[in-house]
Design a protein around this ligand. Sequence first.
Ligand SMILES: Cc1cc2nc3c(=O)[nH]c(=O)nc-3n(C[C@H](O)[C@H](O)[C@H](O)COP(=O)(O)O)c2cc1C
Length: 192
Amino acid sequence: MDRLYIPILVGTVREQRKSIDAAHLIEQVGKTIEGIEVELVDPKDFTFPGDGNDPEGKDPRYTAIVTRADGFIIVTPEYNHSFPGTLKRMLDSELDLYTHKPVAFAGVSNGGWGGVRVIESLLSPVRTMGMVASFRDMQFPRVQDLFDDNDQLQDEAYIDRIKAFYEELIWMTKVLKAGRETIPSKFHQIKG
Ligand SMILES: Cc1cc2nc3c(=O)[nH]c(=O)nc-3n(C[C@H](O)[C@H](O)[C@H](O)COP(=O)(O)O)c2cc1C
C-alpha cells in the first residue's frame, strides 16, 4: 500500500506567528510515523488572487496538493474566536477535491483555551466542503511559553498527544480512502 499523503495546512501568514512552531512540531512527529508522508503547506508560499474557486482564483500547486491528499491536518491560531482569513481563502480555492477526505485540527492560542473556538468555528465550513472531521483535536494553549526563543518544545508530553492525534486521523484516512475507491469518482463531488 502506498504511503498516505497528509498535508499540514498552516492557518496564518502573520509575521510574528507562533502557530508555525506547533505546525513544525506536528510535521516532525509525522515524519517519525510509518506509512504516512506529511508536508507543511504554508500559505506564504502560494498565491490566491481574488476570492472563490474560479480557475483564476486557484494556485495550481495547491490544487496538486489537495488532489493528491488522502487526509488533512489544519494548524490554526484563533483570531477573534474564528479562523484567519488566509486559511479560509486557501481552503475556498478548491471544493470537490476535499470530498470524503478526513481532516484533523490543531488550535493555537496565547491564552488558556488552545484554540477550541477556532476549531468549533471550522467545523461548519469543512463539512460544507465535504471533509469529515476527526474527533481528536490538538490544543496548543499559551504557545508563547510552550516553545522557547529557539522554537524548541518545552513540554515533551505533547509528543504522545500528537501521536494519538495522528492515530485517529490515520484510521479515518485508511477507511475513507478504501471507501472512495469502491464508488465512482463522480460521487465524490458536492451536489446541488
Ligand atoms: C487578530 C488577532 C486576533 C486574536 N484573537 C484571539 C482570540 O480570539 N482568542 C485567542 O485565544 N487568542 C487570540 N489571539 C492571540 C493568538 O492566540 C496569538 O497570536 C497566538 O500566538 C497564536 O497566533 P499566531 O500564530 O498568530 O501567533 C489573536 C491574535 C490576533 C493577531
